[in-house]
Design a protein around this ligand. Structure first.
Ligand SMILES: Nc1ncnc2c1ncn2[C@@H]1O[C@H](COP(=O)(O)OP(=O)(O)OP(=O)(O)O)[C@@H](O)[C@H]1O
Length: 229
């Protein structure tokens, strides 16, 4: 008997090298349902690699990643990408919106890929833009948006499918501090309202302060733990 529910996502003893460069050397991390966790640490400490492994974007060389108790790192690519589409939302430093599509269609796209009809998808997309204070930019293309506006559109796109986990890699890295604060406030509010868990990689203490918990990495493992101990 335990009062602690099983974590939603868990990484254990992850090892990953990029060519000959070690990125993770025994990193473990747990994310509970609805929990907001910040991963911090110096440049090159493995933060992005850890996020990529947890989100099923990169497979670790050793160790395990589970989602709801299922081994993500062993799933065949087709099941993994279906799961990423339905259960996860992802945001990167530069929103990575599709330049040819309007803000509204960028946000509607994940729903349409999941089979929602265009009209209904656009309706939901409009509601999500509203929640992120970007409704008035619906008809603009990414090239016509400021960095902060584009990032709020990217956040709306990450949340539109109702993911259980949002993975955000330096989501405010390209923004000034006011725009960064607005984006983080909107992300945290939306995640709390929908019960989504958030894993946010950041080097910014102000961003980490939005999290329930902070995990510091150093040289590819949680700081303070002996590697391999
Ligand atoms: N695609 C890649 N090819 C080669 N080396 C890589 C690649 N991606 C990351 N690395 C290396 O792996 C190590 C960890 O990188 P990672 O990007 O995970 O760290 P990080 O903590 O996110 O860094 P930053 O804060 O600078 O983004 C670094 O030494 C980096 O140079």
């Amino acid at each position: 008997m335990t009062n602690h529910p099983a974590p939603l996502v868990a990484a254990r003893d992850l090892v990953k090298a990029h060519g000959r460069t070690p990125a993770l050397r025994g990193a473990s991390l747990e994310l509970g349902a609805g929990e907001i966790v910040a991963v911090t640490g110096p440049s090159g400490s493995g933060k992005s690699t850890l996020l990529h492994c947890l989100a099923g974007i990169v497979r670790p060389d050793a160790g395990s990643v589970t989602y709801g108790g299922e081994r993500l790192d062993r799933l065949p690519e087709r099941r993994l990408s279906a799961l990423r589409r339905t259960e996860f939302g992802v945001v990167f430093q530069f929103g990575q919106l599709i330049p040819e599509l309007t803000a509204l269609d960028n946000v509607a796209l994940p729903l349409m890929l999941a089979g929602t009809a265009r009209g209904a998808a656009q309706e939901s997309a409009g509601e999500w833009l509203e929640r992120f204070g970007a409704r008035e930019h619906a008809g603009l293309r990414p090239g016509e948006l400021s960095g902060g506006q584009a990032q709020r559109v990217a956040l709306a796109r990450a949340l539109v499918t109702g993911p259980r986990v949002v993975f955000a890699d330096e989501p405010t890295g390209a923004l000034d501090s006011l725009a960064g604060e607005q984006a983080m406030t909107a992300l945290v509010r939306a995640a709390r309202a929908s019960g989504a868990a958030v894993l946010v990689v950041t080097h910014d203490a102000q961003v980490a302060a939005y999290a329930d918990r902070e995990v510091r990495l150093r040289d590819g493992a949680p700081a303070g733990l002996e590697v391999g101990a």
